[in-house]
Design a binder for this molecule. Structure first.
Ligand SMILES: [Cu+2]
Length: 469
């Protein structure tokens, strides 16, 4: 059996290469191995063809070291579990920005939330980030400043934390799912409609994977391929399935699943990740489709084309992923924190220092947050370092909310809507009328933001923060 190591394959443009519109693009999966010197990350404005028709102006993206890439999507950053990582952000936008490392349990000062954990990085300025990621898995990075515009225009990159103990795959494809709001002239249109912000959020008009409509990736016939999938869209919730091959769910939100199951359909909401082990069909020239079936009509988001002679691998042979820390909450002595997610009657514009949408539609415990600034709003709750807590989150709105906690992980321990597992996570999609209990240990000191990852909801009130001291 041919069983090349992942690293060998990553150097090959043949396996897991991206092919869009007939143009081969090198896989950028090994670009940023843990760096002894800081990685030079630029936030920049570029032109890029996103809809397959014409160049879109004022796309925002990340680039490395002043380089210009043929691929407009932000580079996939790779780091090693427990090894020091450093990056210098240079802001080449025409507005302030920051980088938040979504899902990484790192020191508060590295968390990238302006005026909560760090100052603005103004145009032309730099900011140094340095940390050692404690968990292996699939994560991502994005700004936490004027986020609807900056993320809506493209500042959302994938981040992979590797562990040498992870099993070998025959290939790997990182897939960043997101929409862009473009008009018929391929240029950006208004990022949101207030009436939609008060409901599900405003959807994009052009759907992409890695900034391409329906890209096709070559994968080795009969092989086991790791698909790392991120929903970085600011609004869309995906119901993903695979058409034409079998796959196993091996990790959710970066963390290994307690029990592997065959993929039927998986709900992945803004901010969430899913890792699949894809068993590629044996015959050459077969196409497998990754489809979104929400609400019902299947939409192909990416495709995989089999190449070569079958490697004849078995999903059952795949060893376990290296373990991450569990959430070891003391449920007997945990302190409950009630958190009611609601709509707010107050629709007046609120001041914000970091990109207001001019409305407030949503609230946590009846307080609509004015923006990304903690002032004048107090923390939702003050947590004692090392103590266990149960977030009793209740969604009294008619819409689903992917609620995300910075800096610490949680696990659901009960829900009135479905069975829960001991899955470790940082983002939970709470359904309408759902009551969920999220257990956590307040093991990371600092001010940690808690917000809906439908960015219009976040930016119109559904935000707050916990203070851990
Ligand atoms: Cu929401």
């Amino acid at each position: 059996m041919l069983n090349l190591s992942r690293r060998t394959l990553l150097k090959s443009a043949v396996v897991a290469g991206a092919y869009g519109a007939g143009v081969a693009i090198l896989p950028r999966l090994s670009q940023a191995l843990a760096a002894p010197t800081p990685l030079d990350i630029e936030a920049r404005i570029i032109e890029a063809t996103l809809d397959g028709k014409a160049a879109t102006k004022k796309v925002m993206s990340y680039g490395l070291g002043g380089s210009v890439s043929a691929d407009p999507s932000p580079p996939v950053l790779r780091m090693q579990r427990g090894k020091p990582f450093a990056a210098t952000l240079t802001n080449k936008l025409d507005e302030p920005t920051t980088i938040h490392w979504h899902g990484l349990r790192i020191p508060n000062a590295q968390d990238g939330v302006p005026f909560v954990t760090q100052p603005y990085v103004y145009p032309g300025d730099r900011f140094d980030y340095a940390f050692a990621p404690p968990d292996a898995g699939t994560f991502w990075y994005h700004p936490h400043c004027n986020t609807l515009t900056q993320m809506g225009r493209g500042l959302t990159g994938m981040l992979v934390v590797e562990d040498d103990r992870d099993p070998d795959f025959d290939g790997e494809v990182a897939i960043n799912l997101r929409d862009f709001r473009l008009g018929s002239d391929s240029q950006f249109i208004a990022q949101f409609k207030p009436r939609d912000a008060a409901k599900t959020g405003t959807f994009g008009t052009v759907r992409t994977a890695n900034w391409q409509p329906e890209p096709v990736y070559d994968v080795p016939a009969g092989g086991l391929v790791r698909l790392r999938i991120l929903a970085s869209d600011v609004t869309r919730i995906y119901n993903l399935r695979l058409n034409g091959a079998e796959a196993m769910i091996i990790a959710l939100d970066g963390h290994p699943v307690p029990e592997r199951t065959t993929l039927d359909m998986a709900v992945v909401s803004p901010g969430q990740r899913i890792d699949l082990a894809l068993r590629v069909p044996d015959s050459e020239g077969v196409t497998v489709s990754l489809e979104d079936i929400r609400p019902s009509t299947p939409k192909v988001v990416a495709q995989f084309r089999t190449v070569g002679t079958s490697l004849k691998r078995n999903l059952g042979d795949l060893g376990p992923l290296s373990e991450n820390a569990g959430v070891d909450a003391d449920l007997t002595n945990a302190t409950p924190i009630p958190l009611v997610l609601s709509a707010t009657a107050e629709n007046a514009a609120r001041d914000s220092i970091c990109g207001t949408l001019g409305f407030s539609f949503w609230a946590i415990n009846k307080v609509p947050y004015p923006g990304d600034s903690p002032d004048p709003t107090a923390p939702i709750a003050e947590l004692k370092l090392g103590q266990s807590y149960i977030l009793n989150v209740e969604n009294v709105t008619p819409h689903a909310h992917p609620i995300h906690l910075h800096g610490m992980n949680f696990k659901a321990i009960s829900s009135n809507k479905h069975d829960v597992t001991s899955q470790v996570s940082d983002t939970y999609l709470i359904l309408p009328d759902e009551k969920v209990q999220l257990a956590l240990v307040a093991d990371n000191p600092g001010d940690w933001v808690f917000h809906c990852h439908i960015i219009e909801h976040q930016k119109t009130g559904m935000t707050g923060y916990f203070r851990v001291t």
